[in-house]
Ligand binder design. Structure first.
Ligand code: TPP
Ligand code: MG
Length: 366
């Protein structure tokens, strides 16, 4: 997947309407620094190798998810399965702003984050199969990916459950003088949970370096955002707690990367939390068990026109950074990786029954 460095750079322009509101807190005062409505967004300049890496990473997630859906239908993967299709630009873009030292906390829709954090695909596939060679020894399945060595601290099935854990990780770092931030992904549905408010409050009160990343895909299962939030501009909830905030277009990987880099830099410089709302859309149902009856086909089709992979691919072609041969090469690499991951999962051992309670209780308190 590594791409040769190239000095070629491009600036991609896109036409769209996006309200952008930036909030910061200065001398204890809430400052609204920018509120614009624009129909022309200038994408940041991007170097060719980096652009192709972003595209390949998004495609890797898309193809992995398509395979997971197929394997679920075949009964190879059981339990819950929440696909990230349509939201790939969020995990891939945001992950660019993080270092190896940073902590990551995700939700049950965690495949994209795990792949973008370089967790081996084979260990994820085996986990979804419930095999002992999975990243969580087959105990967790799709919703509970975990890799301590990459500081990927879950995968949580409880809506909003990851937020206080992220605050705890950041508090531990602060107490140990570790120079890192904690990135916490969560959905718009989590904003309705008390844990969201408790976590933002404590992170601000204790000056903790948490990058709160809200993946606003407009739905919490079948509940539309406007049916559970009196204030649907989620970024506005940051300043209420004294937290700086911003909003990014989650269908544009470069926009997500740029906003996440700005936000992460603010956290690193200030040591304080930041709330970044990333507006996105899931193309598939909430989970494999959801008949998807709460939104119209027209709405889904409308969003698919802004498919983050197709639009980015189109722009790269237009600017001469991508051709058929390169795309075929990327697809072939991903295809081979998926085949190898499935073989690894198929060959994996089942966890012995005697080990089922392993990891439930700790033997010694550190
Ligand atoms: C505390 C809690 N309440 C309810 C549920 C059931 N539930 C699972 S996913 C979900 C919707 C969450 O939506 P959102 O946070 O927007 O994330 P998305 O699925 O859109 O990525 C709900 C209500 C749960 N898992 N945990
Ligand atoms: Mg949602």
């Amino acid at each position: 997947m590594a791409e040769k460095l190239s000095v070629l750079t491009i600036t991609l322009n896109a036409h769209r309407t996006l309200r952008r509101t930036r909030h910061s807190v200065k001398d204890g005062q809430r400052v609204e620094s920018m509120t614009t409505t624009t129909d022309q967004v200038e994408r940041p300049t991007v170097e060719r190798g980096h652009a192709l890496t972003l595209l390949a990473e998004m495609l890797r997630i898309r193809r992995f998810e398509e395979k997971a859906a197929e394997l679920y239908s075949l009964g190879k993967i059981r339990g819950f399965l929440h696909l990230y299709i349509g939201e790939e630009a969020v995990a891939v873009g945001a992950m660019q702003s993080l270092t190896k030292e940073d902590n990551i906390v995700a939700t049950y829709r965690d495949h994209g984050h795990a792949l973008a954090r370089s967790m081996p695909m084979a260990s994820l596939m085996a986990e979804m199969y419930g095999k002992g060679n999975g990243c969580s020894h087959g105990h967790g399945g799709s919703m509970h990916f975990f890799d301590k060595s990459l500081r990927f601290f879950g995968g949580y099935a409880i809506v909003g459950g990851g937020l206080p854990i992220a605050v705890g990780l950041a508090l531990a770092d602060k107490l140990q003088n570790r120079c890192a931030l904690t990135a916490c992904f969560f959905g718009d549905g989590a904003v309705a949970e008390g844990e969201f408010h408790e976590s933002l409050n404590l992170a601000a009160l204790w000056n903790l370096p948490v990058l709160f990343l809200c993946e606003n895909n407009l739905y919490a299962m079948g509940t539309a955002l406007e049916r559970h939030q009196s204030q649907t501009d989620i970024n506005l909830k940051g300043p209420a707690y004294g937290i700086a905030s911003d909003v990014a277009d989650g269908m544009d990987v470069l926009a997500v990367e740029a906003a996440a880099r700005r936000a992460a830099e603010t956290v690193r410089e200030s040591g304080n939390p930041f709330l970044l709302e990333i507006r996105t859309y899931r193309f598939r149902a909430h989970s494999m068990a959801d008949p998807d009856l709460y939104r119209t086909k027209e709405e889904v089709e409308h969003w698919k026109k802004r498919d983050p992979i197709k639009t980015f691919e189109g722009h790269l072609r237009e600017t001469g950074l991508l051709d058929d041969a390169r795309l075929t090469e990327i697809e072939a690499t991903i295809d081979a990786e998926i085949k190898q991951a499935v073989a690894f999962a198929e060959a994996g051992p089942w966890e012995p029954v005697g080990d089922l309670a392993r990891g439930v209780y700790t033997a010694a308190v550190p």
